[in-house]
Design a protein around this ligand. Sequence first.
Ligand SMILES: [Zn+2]
Length: 284
Amino acid sequence: MPEGHTIHRLAARHAELFAGAEVRATSPQGRFADGAALLSGTVLDGTEAYGKHLLHHHANGLTLHVHLGLYGKFADGSGEPPPPVGQVRLRLTGDGSRTRSGPAASDGGHWLDLRGPNACELLTPPEVAALRDRLGPDPLRADADPARAYARISRSATPLAALLLDQSVVAGTGLIFVTEALFRAGLSPLLPGRELTPARWRELWADLVHLMAQAVEAGRIDTVRDAHLPEATGRAPRVDRHGGEVYVYRRPGQPCHVCGDEVRRGELAGRNLYWCPTCQPGRP
Ligand SMILES: [Zn+2]
């Protein structure tokens, strides 16, 4: 599932393509035909990412809410859209953004296709407020309040990794950011939330902000410090479809980049966990 940085990149991209201009909306697959009809011909005021949720705010007061889930994907392009292939839930076309940073309005227009999302629906302003209320602070948002997350963490006996993956505690963090940030902090993924001190939480939050902002910039997740990169240590670079260099995520049985111990894999609430028993001592 895409993590928060991907959704923030999509929000920026969609604003660049369409913000400030009228969009046409259709549902080639038919499953969002009614919603598309309500959006079509309205102006896209702006876009917003909140955790793994993408919002398109329209001038008619309606908000398109998309959650990609495991299989959802966007594609976009310029000029005439291609004939819809497969299950295109939503297609947006427009003549171009009217914002200063966007492409020129006269460049032939753009299209955007959405396939296979977990959610694609229209929300009213109270429903948007309810969505925001059920999400924890998003490290990529300027309005994020990490104290709100700590209030939950510090009262809970639940393992830290599970708390950080719970979108109502922190929004936008998935398995890669969580396992990697815990490694970088030297914290066991199974440490009960209430054993995390305020100082350690402040460091962990700052590192999540740092790692996630970097991922928005780069379009991939890199978590390895310079001293442990292949260039510095002579080890082989990582080969993985995710691309970036990581410490423990999906590296079970391989040597830790820092201490050489074997990276472990465990399970927590149906999710895989990865950690180094030496660098992240304590439980498990
Ligand atoms: Zn280690």
